[in-house]
Design a protein around this ligand. Structure first.
Ligand code: ZN
Length: 91
């Protein structure tokens, strides 16, 4: 299943995709096109960022539900990203 969401750059308006698990409050990344740094926050004044955060939250929820349902072996093997910054305990 697709675990990335589309993000629209505030400055150049180009769209790129980012993993939903990364898009949490405090996350920042550079736009691949114009290299401006975008800061992700659910209270952002930027509507693009806000809607990306909302979609990311929804995707993370779907991913959690999917994992709980059929736990494919490949997912349980992908351990390294998991305990680094834990996802979404507040949601
Ligand atoms: Zn850009």
């Amino acid at each position: 299943m697709d675990d990335s969401v589309q993000v629209k750059c505030t400055r150049c308006k180009s769209a790129f995709r980012e993993r939903a698990r990364r898009l949490q409050n405090g996350y920042s990344r550079q736009c691949p096109t114009c290299e401006v740094v975008l800061f992700f926050d659910e209270d952002s004044s930027d509507a693009n960022i806000k809607s990306a955060m909302r979609r990311a939250r929804r995707v993370r929820k779907e991913l959690r539900e999917a994992e709980a349902e059929f736990r494919p072996r490949m997912i349980s093997r992908r351990g390294s990203a998991r305990h680094a910054t834990d996802d979404d305990s507040a949601a």
